[in-house]
Design a protein around this ligand. Structure first.
Ligand code: BG6
Length: 457
């Protein structure tokens, strides 16, 4: 069903870090593509002027976007600015005035979750909520109860079809390709189940630390920051059933079924780590017990996947920056050539700078002996997408297409998986920056062939 496009973009948190790093560059890219021609109203309580906001947006495009070009000039011309406290009715009246004739604004809440409620209420009370859409950024709450409270806040003023919960991993080309590769090919389906797959693992490794975000990170940790959302979304693309139809709800229905099928975590399913030096970072407590690394084993209780080990690990200050999936198949049932051949696998490199889909296989060495070696068949090996995840997602939200956004029931079902371990006094194992995390995490994957380290292409 097509819905009318938004006729204004309102950016709460216009002077903040997310707007600077991601949103202005995405807007510039949308303008270059001819997909953005509506007023962009920045709003903030920073005491700024429109001129100062334009300077900030320009600096953002220089540092993270395409520099100064015609699209940059157009973005600066489309910018408006409203200054004021989000809790103050006067601010929302000013915003109402700045919206002019716009009747279907897209409100982008690039603000901390504690401000969602005042912003949403202010929009509703000033009469600017009808026909509007709202984008909120992860984290969608910090546990199941707060996620439910957040959903209730949104639903006081907006219907679920107007809510766009932004998990930027869903906007990544490589993550969408997982879905495409699975369901646009027939050869995968016969083996894509517990009869042929021996294990599934995902590694999200980052060389960077917390980059000055100490205060934020102390509130989240790796499990909340990237596992409950990004990693579970990637997993859903790998294991979901084919959607019944091409509409956004069919796709999201299947993902919710996956989350509902995953057993809630128990303490023994995970290993937490913290890189040495984390406690000395700005904004971090000297005795912090927050995990910068987590490795976990999940159980997916469905007909297709029952008994297949699913492993996820994610961490900061690891040996490299790469997100990669490895789906190992069972070994051949018989050693026809005397020696056991390596198990086949599918490898999906999801970024950051290149994406790849490869199949691990064995081939024969030239010569009289029946000896072989492991090779990789590249199905696809490409540079990262030219469209950033933020460009894709903001463009979709402006058009009103929710397919690539998290849905209320999916967010809550994903929290239900991690909720039982959030307040457990789990051991935090130290690890060296530049390593693959604490030694203890190795044991988790050992029975299933060990962790795969995504070092090469
Ligand atoms: C964000 C997390 O959601 O994703 C960050 O808050 C993390 O901690 C980032 O670094 C990773 O995103 P990407 O696109 O660089 O893999």
């Amino acid at each position: 069903m097509s819905t009318p496009a938004s006729d204004a973009l309102v950016l709460f948190g216009a002077t903040g870090d997310l707007a600077y790093r991601k949103i202005y560059p995405a807007l510039q890219a949308l303008i270059r593509r001819g997909s953005l021609e509506v007023p962009v109203i920045g709003i903030s309580r920073s005491g700024w002027t429109l001129e100062r906001l334009r300077q900030r947006a320009s600096a953002s495009l220089q540092e993270h976007g395409a520099g100064s070009d015609a699209a940059a000039a157009r973005l600066l011309a489309l910018l408006r600015y409203v200054d004021g406290d989000y809790r103050d009715a006067v601010t929302h009246q000013r915003l109402r005035a700045a919206l002019g004739d716009a009747r279907r604004p897209l409100y982008y809440l690039a603000v901390p979750p504690s401000l969602f409620s005042p912003v949403v209420n202010g929009i509703g009370e000033s009469g600017s909520g009808d026909g509007a859409r709202v984008v909120v950024e992860k984290p969608f709450g910090r546990d199941l109860a707060s996620a439910q409270a957040l959903n209730q806040t949104l639903h006081r003023r907006f219907t679920e079809s107007s809510d766009f919960r932004n998990d930027h991993y869903l906007g990544k080309e490589a993550v969408q390709n997982l879905l495409y590769f699975r369901f646009a090919n027939a050869f995968l389906e016969p083996v894509w189940n517990r009869n042929y797959v021996s294990s599934i693992q995902i590694t999200m490794a980052e060389e960077i630390g917390i980059q000055g975000r100490g205060r934020f990170y102390e509130e989240v940790g790796a499990l909340r920051d990237v596992v409950q959302n990004h990693m579970l979304q990637v997993l859903a693309h790998l294991v979901m059933e084919p959607p019944v139809g091409a509409d956004s709800e069919a796709l999201r229905d299947e993902k919710v079924k996956v989350f509902r099928g995953i057993r809630p975590l128990a303490g023994e399913d995970l290993v937490c780590g913290q890189y040495e030096g984390y406690r000395a970072e700005d904004g971090v407590a000297a005795d912090s017990q927050v995990e910068t690394f987590v490795a976990l084993r999940l159980h997916l209780d469905t007909w297709r996947w029952a008994g297949v080990p699913i492993l996820i690990r994610a961490g900061k200050r690891l040996a490299t920056t790469a997100t990669e999936v490895l789906v190992r198949l069972q070994c051949p049932p018989q050693q026809v050539f005397g020696k056991a051949a390596a198990a086949n696998y599918f490898r999906f490199r999801l970024g950051p700078d290149r994406v790849a889909i490869a199949i691990g296989a064995s081939t024969k060495h030239a010569g009289t002996g029946m000896d072989g070696e492991s090779v990789e068949l590249y199905v696809c090996n490409a540079r990262g997408a030219e469209m950033s995840a933020y460009e894709r997602l903001i463009g979709d939200a402006l058009k009103g297409d929710p397919s690539l956004f998290a849905r209320e029931d999916g967010v809550e079902a994903a929290w239900r998986i991690v909720d039982p371990v959030l307040n457990l006094p789990l051991a935090i194992h130290p690890y060296h920056p530049g390593s693959w995390g604490p030694q203890k995490a190795e044991a988790l994957a050992e029975p299933y062939g060990g962790w795969h380290c995504p070092l090469e292409a």
